[in-house]
Design a protein around this ligand. Sequence first.
Ligand SMILES: NC(=O)c1ccc[n+]([C@@H]2O[C@H](COP(=O)([O-])OP(=O)(O)OC[C@H]3O[C@@H](n4cnc5c(N)ncnc54)[C@H](OP(=O)(O)O)[C@@H]3O)[C@@H](O)[C@H]2O)c1
Length: 241
Amino acid sequence: MTRTVLVTGGGTGLGKAVAARFRAAGDTVIITGRRADRLARAAAEVDARPITCDATDPRAVARLADDLGPELDVVVNMAGGNTDFDEPGEGLSPLERTAAAWRANLDANLLSAVLTTTAVLDKLRPGGSIINVGSIGAEYAATSYGAAKAALAAWTAGLSSQVGPKGLTANLISPGYIAETEFFRGQLSDERRAALIDATHNGRAGQPGDIAETAYFLASAGARHITGQTLHVNGGAFTTR
Ligand SMILES: NC(=O)c1ccc[n+]([C@@H]2O[C@H](COP(=O)([O-])OP(=O)(O)OC[C@H]3O[C@@H](n4cnc5c(N)ncnc54)[C@H](OP(=O)(O)O)[C@@H]3O)[C@@H](O)[C@H]2O)c1
């Protein structure tokens, strides 16, 4: 069966890899992002439909929902990233700067997924899947980014109980360090990169394909009893019991 799959943040990195994975299986794929040019290039590359949308903007997300067809099978909330890598606003007091930084990460990583999921929930057909993307940073990073991703994981678990009766699953993929994305904005030092790889059990960085295959599995028929979970994809850098 051909499914319709929405991947927010699908113009680069992990989102583009996820979009390509579903498209390669014959699914119809829609990708979103804020930069229209980046999105158009990715859409041509993976044969997806691009819709420019800022996932933190309720009006833009409502327009996205209107633009989508009536039915959806999978939503992958990939849009996000650590906004602390961006330049802080000018002329702010230290406390205003703290508030702005926390709001930015909560908006980018938590509200983005909440808004998109809420806007498309009624379109998801039984057998469908909601896949949110957290971070290993949720486990130990005492930052607004880590807290936002931890909140996203908590919300996902609750969401699972709400959507389960409709025949939907809701899970969160929590990646460790994954290379070949724009995540670090060119600010990852060689030393830090080596330390992140050293923390794994298999001695390598994650690849976008590691996340794409996990997302594809979570949306597959064989994964219908997996819901409300956080799936860690990090080469052993964080382990669970
Ligand atoms: N790479 C890693 O090591 C790693 C580790 C743990 C978790 N993650 C998570 O994985 C996800 C994907 O990141 P990535 O590594 O693939 O980095 P990336 O290449 O920077 O991808 C992030 C994508 O999200 C889009 N995006 C960001 N904010 C958005 C918004 N408000 N509305 C719509 N689109 C938005 C960006 O496009 P525009 O800028 O054009 O909007 C971009 O295409 C993020 O949620 C990130 O936190 C990554």
